[in-house]
Design a protein around this ligand. Sequence first.
Ligand code: NAD
Length: 720
Amino acid sequence: MAQYTRVSGSVGLITLQNPPVNALSAAVRQGIVDTVKRALGDPKVKSVVICGQNGIFCGGADIKEFGTNMSGPPLVPMIHAIEAANKPVVAAIEGSALGGGLELALGCHYRIAHSKARLGLPEVSLGLLPAAGGTQRLPRLIGVPAALDLITTGRHVTAAEALQLGVVDRVAEHSTVDAAVKFALSVAAKSLDARRISTYPCPRPSDFDALFEGAMQKVRQSARGAIAPVACVQAVRAAATRPYLQGMEREKELMATLFTSGQARALQYCFFAQRAVSKWNMPNGARWDTSKPRPVHKAAVIGLGTMGRGIAVALAQTGMSVVAVETQEKQLMEAKQAVSGMLERGAKRRGLTPAALHKISYSHDIQAVADVDLVIEAVFEDMALKKKVFQQLSAVCKPGTFLCTNTSALDVDHLASQTRNPELVVGMHFFAPAHVMKLLEVVYGPQSSPQAVATAMQLGKKMGKVSVAVGNCRGFVGNRMLKPYIEQAFFLLEEGATPELVDRALEEFGFPMGVFRMSDLSGLDVGWRVRKGDGLVESGSASGQPTRLREGRRYSPLGDLLCEQGRFGQKTGRGWYQYDKPGSRVARSDPWFHSFLEEYRARHGLVARRIDHQEVLERCLYVLINEGFRILEDGIAAGPEDIDIIYVFGYGWPRHRGGPMFYAGMVGLATVLERLEHYRQAHPDVPYLQPCSLLRRLVASGSPPVHRWREVIKKLHSQL
Ligand code: NAD
């Protein structure tokens, strides 16, 4: 809806009204068309101002309308009508002008933004492009390089940057609407010939071809297979090479391709899934909207290794006081330096002074945490040590302190049982580096109180994380699904693949790193220690003939054999690949490993066969997806969205493929099931390939779309 009033005698004021962000729904578009007509037809009105109610100009298209039969007036002619108006139209931008909101403003003859406003064309992040003339007007207004940057990244700019770029004409410090009305009065009689952006020639830079080639190369590299950034470059190129109307045709054509692509659907799914996971619920009925978090003013971190340092930074950046405890003197000294460096760099990036530095106090002594509201434990992954730490915390902390663990896979319930108040214990599973990575798994056990979960979820949000509440099991959601994925990659090496082939297939799919490059980065010794703890590693296997079965299940000792040789990955300069020196990051193919693999196969009577990318993807990804279905069946994740958000934000799953569970739906559940059955028959000693009953049930019930899986899961649980 849009409200119309006449102010200051001769200014028609149009106010968009569609809370919370005045999105351009059908009703709002109709409102704009009607009120613009009214203003232009009113002889008393000499100029027009468009603004949004509640201090927000316009957040863009109404994303809920995507995929439905759009009704109401379309955006493009509406914006053309504004631009063609014979009375000056001024956009008064408060809060934000994003996507269609900015395109609307670009159709106006003048733009005035509040100093706190943010502007941008974020369509690319939803798999689309700004198709209401954004790709054609913006380069005409601010030049090709700046427009390419804004449109292909979707980044938001501040009002100050927008002024510098020429997106807006003025910045207002106080009431933008008042300033815009005053301005509209002053330009009422001025000619509009030079104010219609669509009539501007698009500046053609001298290095035109090189510029577009560079831009294309850049987006292809960073897009990891996403098509929208590429289409954005093509649309801006059309602005620079074709007359405006032909450019608009090209914009429309490219948008039609994107709109019907699975990628746009996947990205829009992610957009909604990210919001859905904050509305968590637990199997016992506790929910986000009925569980009140407790405020956390002071928090502690125990253990300042890789993870503890990042967690301390993330906590301090929220502005709260942080107590950091580390028992090793050397580690403590190094941690202090590292944490200060991270805070300083973070503050510099944001143009702030690192006030958070003064919010951290360091100690060797666990007694220092006596008065904190919440503790996050990040000591070594060792159950005996963690148990001891939880017993100490339970004795030292004031009553009511929440005790959280950053364990990657250990039993949170078992740790809770070491304390006097197990209801105050939850897992807060961060990802490395903890001050950068967006994902946080909040792990609840049967005894965790809803308030403990709500508090951890709220703290995660405060730290800028995407938090997902999950149940307690080995590896929780993310690492539990990773296990069969890595196992398949090892088996593929035994059967004839190389690390290079497996990684290439996964990287072409869209992962930033294939499984072996990832393993080299995080350290082969991590998994080795876990397998040793599980009694899977046979001692001295390098010298003898390690068996490839454990309790009747196929097992690959390849990772153990490399660790026995001290090949821990990047940190030792050797792993699945070789590196110039320890710590170096550029993976190079290692002839040593290839001949080792050949010898290994020969020793075990394995005959290498040709393995293609399709098999790599099917075996690695479908087995991971299958475990995802088991997680849903077990009630560890509340819905497929939770799993997908965990994989997109924590494990590099390409966002334009929507997460593993969404992807399964895109491939077709029947296909996933059929391929799993096929591989299970070929490898009967690999239980992870056994299709999960929930997957079978979904296929039997006609493979419903992902948003309807919860109904099937509910039915399944009620029958158990
Ligand atoms: P790390 O080895 O880098 O650091 C552990 C630190 O804890 C060391 O500095 C050690 O001196 C300190 N410490 C040991 N006992 C202590 C005690 N009683 N009091 C105080 N400090 C003590 O380990 P990390 O990689 O940071 O992992 C920590 C935890 O986070 C583990 O549970 C791990 O599974 C989990 N985790 C690690 C990652 C990762 O990528 N490294 C990711 C997610 C979760």
